[in-house]
Design a protein around this ligand. Structure first.
Ligand SMILES: [Zn+2]
Length: 72
C-alpha cells in the first residue's frame, strides 16, 4: 500500500497494548509485503481479534474489581 510491493498471503505477529494488560499473537493470517515486510490484517481477522479484546476487557474489569489497592 505504501511501497507498492507485491502482497502475499502469510502470517504476521500481532501485539496489542491495552490499559493494564498486553496481548501477543504469534501468527495472525495476513497479507505480507514481499518488498518491505509490512503486514496488513484483513477485516475478518480484525473483527475476530476485536471480539477477543472485548471479552478480555470484561474479564480484566472483573479482575480489577477484586484487586487489592496498592498503597501509594
Ligand atoms: Zn511494502
Amino acid at each position: 500500500m505504501y511501497c507498492q510491493g507485491l502482497m502475499q498471503r502469510g502470517f504476521a505477529p500481532l501485539h496489542i497494548d491495552r490499559n493494564g494488560y498486553h496481548v501477543s499473537f504469534e501468527a495472525v493470517p495476513a497479507w505480507i509485503c514481499t518488498q518491505c515486510g509490512a503486514s496488513y490484517i484483513e477485516e475478518p481477522e480484525v473483527q475476530e481479534v476485536q471480539s477477543m479484546m472485548e471479552a478480555l476487557d470484561k474479564s480484566t474489569a472483573r479482575l480489577k474489581a477484586t484487586t487489592i489497592p496498592v498503597a501509594a
